[in-house]
Design a protein around this ligand. Structure first.
Ligand code: C2E
Ligand code: MG
Ligand code: MG
Length: 679
């Protein structure tokens, strides 16, 4: 998605620049064409003008010759004007001549550019710089240049203000075509002509230079503008340095470069764990300052070929090169130390997820260039590794095969959850609760198992957390309640002595206002007396909307259900919840019965919790009890029920029926239910 956006942006930018360039070149070409056309026209006009002046002179001379033809006064013509000329009859005789004959005598017809007049022109043999070609008069530019150099033409022109005289001959018929008059004409170039020419050249040249400069200026500004836009596009708003998009493009390019084919890389997700609290305690601005500092510290640690960008919130994505795992771990520990030192007054903690990107190799182990690198996927792996870290201390986690398996399992569960529910693959297991001392069956807890045809019997720990995250847990709880209520009804009908069975209700339900009504309706639909159903709320549910929970508990009690608080003691505000919630049962968390607390402190806490429950008119259930001494201790403290492996593990409904039929457990339960219980 990001890729597409980035490509689109570049394309838009390129096309903008391309169009500008195209238009600029077009305008420049049009301008140059106009300038050239104007220059050529001006030049041709000047040439035409001068040649036609000469031609008119020649015509006058021809007219005079015709008028005086045959008379002796023709000779007078030789005194007229300064031009050299001669008249040659058709048979080649020279009829009249003045001056030297330097005409090549080979007239060619030329056409004037502007006036379109046609005249016969010959070349001068002494200074043959003007000649005819394809019906036009031409200047031998190279010859002219040479001649100027050898004769110091320019100096002459400038110093003596002389005219440069380029000779050519014009031939006109006289005596009704019986003879031809050849007149030596001059194309004169003076200092004015040269200065006009130079001015035109200078103006044209400077205009061209100005235009080219303007074009370059425009192009440079367009490129700078594009650069700025690109920088903005790749800039992170908070740190002012690079953002994820920059990282993704640069990083993928870097990873696929041939020179780094053998290099091991690691993609890291570095997150400042307590960012939100830091912002709460200080301010968002202070938090952002800290992120800038984080960015600086990380970047300072990077060497050639490595890069870093701010991803989002307090997450940074980093690409690092490394030799082996130990070396990278040492480096990351050192980096964590530097990050923690950013603010000595505050206990900063950083979690780092590492996803190794190994060199790519073919079947024979030959190292290949990495192709199709997907940094988004690699970063996702790094994030998955980082997400396994809990606690408020800095820590580092590597992405490995186990995590891949976990990810795969999550998607399998999500894919199959609905079908499993529809096919009734979820089964209810019951774990009995006994009254200590008497060992009388006093209740049970319904616990789910997934009897998957593909994966076998799965315990709730492998799928309940996934359902809690994706919301499917509400369907599961309805399913469990429905099945438990139906089974209770069936057992009642079979004449069994039923005991209350507790059903777990996840906190996700508490957004539903009519939860109590839903529970009542499900149980009523099965026709089960309400006192045989107990609702277990996990302690975490009590952190949600307190009033909604109090109201739901009130309604449930009103409908005759027992309500218990599961896992009491595993959270932080249990005591506070007890103050407000009118609960019936307190289930002491299994953690109370794990390990030995020094000086019997655990026992003190348990006995006081039981005393407190009694004072609040609540019954107590101890969960996770595994030792006979614990049973004796709980009995002494007045605990009402015990649910633990010391008596029974969770078991299928059929086995639970035998418990109800009065098969009183006499000894610890391993030999009785191990085969059925699944952990
Ligand atoms: P929980 O509701 O606290 O259930 C008690 C768990 O402790 C059960 O694990 C049970 O097998 C285990 N347990 C009981 N006694 C002992 C003991 O002496 N030693 C040890 N090591 N464990 C003991 P289980 O069946 O694996 O269930 C785990 C959790 O999954 C439950 O904890 C509950 O939070 C959740 N869960 C199970 N079924 C459901 C359900 O239908 N709906 C909901 N929302 N959650 C369920
Ligand atoms: Mg429970
Ligand atoms: Mg529990």
């Amino acid at each position: 998605m990001l890729r597409k956006k980035e490509r689109g942006f570049r394309k838009a930018n390129r096309s903008h620049l391309g169009t500008a360039l195209f238009i600029a070149v077009l305008v420049m070409m049009a301008f140059l064409a106009m300038a050239i056309a104007f220059g050529v026209f001006a030049l041709r006009y000047a040439v035409d003008e001068r040649v036609m002046n000469e031609y008119r002179e020649v015509q006058r001379l021809a007219d005079s010759y015709d008028r005086l033809a045959g008379s002796a006064s023709t000779l007078l013509l030789t005194q007229y004007g300064e031009r050299d000329f001669y008249v040659r009859s058709a048979d080649g005789r020279i009829m009249l001549q003045r001056g030297e004959d330097t005409c090549d005598g080979k007239p060619e017809q030329v056409r004037m550019y502007i006036s379109e007049e046609r005249l016969n022109v010959c070349r001068d043999t002494e200074l043959p710089l003007i000649y005819t070609y394809a019906g036009r008069m031409k200047l031998d530019v190279n010859g002219f240049h040479r001649w100027m150099n050898t004769t110091g033409g320019m100096v002459r022109l400038a110093e003596r203000r002389e005219k440069l005289q380029l000779p050519y001959w014009i031939a006109v018929p006289v005596s009704d075509g019986a003879a031809v008059l050849y007149v030596r004409c001059i194309y004169g170039i003076d200092v004015f002509d040269m200065s006009v020419l130079l001015t035109v050249l200078a103006v044209g040249g400077s205009l061209s230079v100005i235009f080219i400069l303007f074009l370059f200026g425009y192009l440079i500004s367009a490129v700078v503008k594009q650069r700025r836009l690109t920088n903005l596009f790749f800039m992170d708003e908070i740190t002012g340095t690079h953002n994820w998009m920059w990282f993704q493009i640069k990083g993928e390019h870097q990873l696929s470069r041939g020179r780094y084919a053998k290099t091991r890389f690691a993609v890291l997700d570095i997150v400042f764990v307590n960012y939100r609290y830091f912002c709460l305690c200080h301010s968002v601005q202070e938090g952002e300052k800290l992120l800038c500092e984080m960015d600086r510290v990380i970047n300072k640690d990077l060497s050639k070929g490595e890069m870093c960008a701010h991803y989002a919130s307090a997450n940074f994505v980093v690409l690092m090169r490394y030799g082996n795992r130990e070396e990278l771990m040492r480096r990351l520990h050192a980096l964590t130390g530097q990050l923690e030192a950013i603010d000595a007054d505050y206990r900063l903690a950083f979690h780092i997820g590492v996803d190794p990107v190994e060199p790519a190799a073919d079947a024979n182990g030959r190292i290949l260039k990495r192709r199709d690198v997907n940094l988004e996927l690699e970063y996702n792996n790094a994030c998955a590794a980082r997400a396994t870290l809990t606690g408020d201390d800095s820590a580092i986690a590597w992405f490995d095969g186990k995590l891949v398996e976990e990810q795969k399992w999550i998607s399998i569960v999500q894919e199959k959850q609905q079908a499993a529910l529809d096919n009734e693959e979820f089964v209810v297991y019951y774990q009995p609760k006994y009254a200590p001392g008497t060992d009388i069956l006093s209740g049970a807890e319904a616990l789910i198992r997934w009897q998957s045809p593909e994966f076998g019997l799965k315990s709730p720990g492998t799928f309940i957390p996934i359902f809690e995250k994706n919301g499917f847990i509400t369907e599961i709880d309805h399913y469990m309640l429905t099945h438990v209520a139906r089974e209770q009804r069936r057992w009642l009908d079979e004449g069994l002595h039923c005991v209350p069975v507790s059903v777990n209700v996840s906190r996700a339900h508490f957004i539903e206002n009519d939860l109590a009504e839903q529970i009542r309706d499900i149980v009523d639909a099965a026709g089960t007396p309400h006192h045989l159903i107990e609702i277990e709320l996990t302690e975490s549910a009590f952190f949600d909307d307190k009033n909604a929970i109090i109201e739901t508990i009130g309604k449930l009690k009103e409908y005759g259900f027992t309500v218990s608080m599961d896992d009491f003691g595993s959270g932080y505000s249990s005591l506070n919840s007890l103050k407000d919630m009118p609960l019936d049962v307190l289930k002491l968390d299994a953690e109370f019965f794990r390990g030995e607390a020094e000086g019997g402190r655990g026992e003190i806490v348990v006995s006081e919790a039981i005393r407190l429950a009694k004072l609040l008119n609540m019954r107590t259930v101890a969960e996770g009890v595994e030792a006979r001494e614990q049973v004796e201790f709980l009995e002494k403290q007045g605990c009402d029920m015990i649910q633990g492996f010391i008596y029974d593990k969770p078991m299928p409904g059929d086995t639970f029926v035998t418990r109800m039929q009065g098969a009183k457990p006499a000894a610890p339960a391993e030999n009785k239910t191990d085969a059925e219980a699944v952990k």
